[in-house]
Ligand binder design. Structure first.
Ligand code: GAR
Length: 214
């Protein structure tokens, strides 16, 4: 039984595309029920349409957070999703939004990808922050969302080495390619084995390799 997911985006949508491509290629056993953006001009919306996925804009501009989140919840309620998957969704979710996705085991069924090895470099400019700090290794983190920003139980991380020749652009490019590989694999692992394995609350061995990268 494929997992049903809603993907929340705000902009370019390259992680959303990686997920949709993995579904199309049969590498990810998931149904993308809806793509939702808080930004009506997001490139991701047009891109989602090309995959025949419902693409909905619910503008956040000019609304207070509670009003906007309620509209998003009303929309998501139509789709009965197992997980809300954040893919470059640049809005902080409030505890009351998260409560709508509370699992009986205590976690929220909301997953995020962040472009650093959390807990290092939370925030909206993680690649720049890590690069400017002078890190020798960086990476990306897929985690469950909790009430704090870029925080919550880590499901998977993948790392890459900074090269002496790296510019910020090449550093970002390799990081993003790693995100595109990691996110669909983590979702597939959840679909196949359940999230408990990644949370470390199952003793079952995993069949999906999240892979080594450099
Ligand atoms: C990605 O790098 C994602 O990890 C990051 O925004 C970018 C969105 O790109 N997310 C965050 O920084 C969340 N704190 P995309 O729209 O092309 O997927």
């Amino acid at each position: 039984m494929p997992i049903s997911i809603a993907i929340l985006v705000s902009g370019r949508g390259s992680n959303m595309k990686a997920i949709l491509d993995a579904v199309r290629a049969g590498e990810l056993d998931a149904k993308v029920a809806v793509v939702l953006s808080n930004n009506p001009d997001a490139e991701a919306l047009e891109l989602a349409g090309r995959y025949d996925v419902p693409a909905v804009a619910i503008a956040s501009k000019g609304k207070n957070r509670q009003q906007h989140e309620q509209e998003v919840l009303n929309c998501l309620a139509k789709y009965e999703v197992d997980f809300v998957v954040l893919a470059g969704y640049m809005r902080v979710l409030t505890p009351s939004f998260l409560q709508a996705f509370r699992h009986s085991a205590g976690y929220f069924r909301v997953i995020n990808i962040h472009p650093s090895l959390l807990p290092a470099f939370p925030g909206a400019n993680a690649y720049e922050d890590a690069f400017n700090y002078g890190v020798k290794v960086s990476g990306s983190t897929v985690h469950l969302v909790d009430e704090q920003v870029d925080h919550g139980p880590i499901l998977a991380q993948a790392a890459f080495t900074r090269l002496d020749s790296d510019t910020l652009e090449s550093f970002k490019g390799r990081g993003l390619a790693l995100e595109h590989s990691l996110y669909p694999k983590v979702l597939q692992q959840i679909s196949q084995d359940g999230i408990e394995l990644l949370l470390g609350t199952s003793s079952k061995p995993t069949a999906v390799s999240l892979g080594e990268t450099r």
